[in-house]
Design a binder for this molecule. Structure first.
Ligand code: OOG
Ligand code: MG
Length: 262
C-alpha cells in the first residue's frame, strides 16, 4: 500500500459522500497519483464497511469491464470487481427514482447465484458451472461518482466500479440448459433497439468472468462463498438513461427485464 490508512479512510468517505449527495468529483488519482492497486481496493472495501455499518448489506458481487464494448467505451483494459449494495436492488417492472443517481447508465448482463464455494487460483469455467445454482437476467445501473464518467482503473475500483443498482429478471435457469456464450440480448430504450449482443462478449463465456473473480479474490486470500449473487459484466456498451425513459431488455432463454426511470 502506498497510501496511509487515514487517507484510505478519507477517500472512502469522499467517494461515498459524492454518491450520497449526487455530487460528482474528479478522479482521485489526480490528487493521489502514487496510489496502488491495494489502495484502490482498500478504498472500495472502506465504502463497503461504511454502508454495512449503516445497515446496508451486500447483495452480491460484480465484475466490470469484462467486454470489449465496455473497455472501448471507458478507455481501460482490464476487468475489475466490486460489490452490490442491497440498497440498489430492484425487481423486474420497477419504477426507479432517477433522483437517486447522478448520470445513470444501464448495461445488459447475465447473473448467476452460486450454491458451492468457489476459490482460486486456477478456478475455471467447468468448476464455475458445477457451482452455479441458477442463471438469471440482470440489468446493471452504473453511476460513476466521477465527472463525466472520466476515470482510470484505480479510480474506478476505488469508486466500487460505478455500482449503483441492478434490476433482476424473474426467470431462473440451470446453467447446463443454456448455451451461455451464444445467449442473445436485445436492449431497447423507449421502444427502440439501441444495443444487441451475446454472452460471449463477456470474456468468451460469462462463467469465465466468475472464474476470474474467484482468481482475483484468491490474490487477497478471499473466496466466493456459496450463495453469492454475481453480475458477470456488461455484454453491451452502457446506455445513458434519464427521467421518463423506459428500458426493456429481452434475453434469449431468460425472459426480459423492464423498468422505468421516474
Ligand atoms: C465501470 C463499471 C463497468 C461493466 O459491467 O462492465 C461495469 C464503468 O463503466 O463505469 O459494470
Ligand atoms: Mg456492469
Amino acid at each position: 500500500m502506498a497510501l496511509d490508512q487515514g487517507i484510505v479512510r478519507q477517500l472512502a468517505e469522499h467517494l461515498e459522500n459524492a454518491e450520497l449527495n449526487r455530487q460528482p468529483v474528479t478522479k482521485i488519482t489526480d490528487d493521489y497519483p502514487d496510489m496502488d492497486w491495494d489502495d484502490a481496493y482498500a478504498i472500495q472495501y472502506g465504502i463497503r464497511r461504511r454502508k454495512e455499518a449503516r445497515g446496508i448489506g451486500t447483495a452480491g458481487l460484480k465484475m466490470g469491464l469484462t467486454s470489449q464494448a465496455k473497455m472501448r467505451q471507458m478507455g481501460v483494459s482490464e476487468p475489475v470487481y466490486g460489490f452490490l449494495p442491497a440498497s440498489g436492488s430492484y425487481g423486474d417492472g420497477a419504477d426507479i427514482d432517477s433522483g437517486a443517481f447522478i448520470h445513470p447508465r444501464v448495461e445488459a448482463e447475465v447473473a448467476v447465484m452460486t450454491r458451492a464455494e468457489l476459490s482460486g487460483p486456477g478456478c475455471n469455467v467447468g468448476q464455475v458451472l458445477a457451482a452455479v445454482d441458477f442463471v438469471t437476467a440482470a440489468v446493471e445501473i452504473i453511476d460513476s461518482r466521477y465527472e463525466n464518467f472520466r476515470f482510470d482503473l484505480k479510480s474506478v475500483i476505488a469508486d466500487n466500479t460505478s455500482a449503483a443498482g441492478f434490476v433482476c429478471g424473474s426467470v431462473l435457469r440451470d446453467a447446463h440448459e443454456l448455451d451461455l456464450p451464444a445467449l442473445g440480448v436485445v436492449l431497447e430504450k423507449n421502444g427502440e433497439i439501441v444495443e444487441t449482443g451475446a454472452g460471449a462478449a463477456v470474456l468468451g463465456h460469462p462463467a469465465a468472468s466468475v472464474a476470474m473473480l474467484a482468481n482475483m479474490l484468491a490474490a487477497r486470500g478471499e473466496v466466493i462463498p456459496a450463495g453469492t449473487f454475481i453480475m458477470t459484466g456488461g455484454i453491451t456498451a452502457a446506455v445513458a438513461v434519464e427521467k421518463g425513459d423506459t428500458i426493456n431488455v429481452r434475453y434469449q432463454d431468460l425472459g426480459k427485464v423492464s423498468f422505468r426511470m421516474i
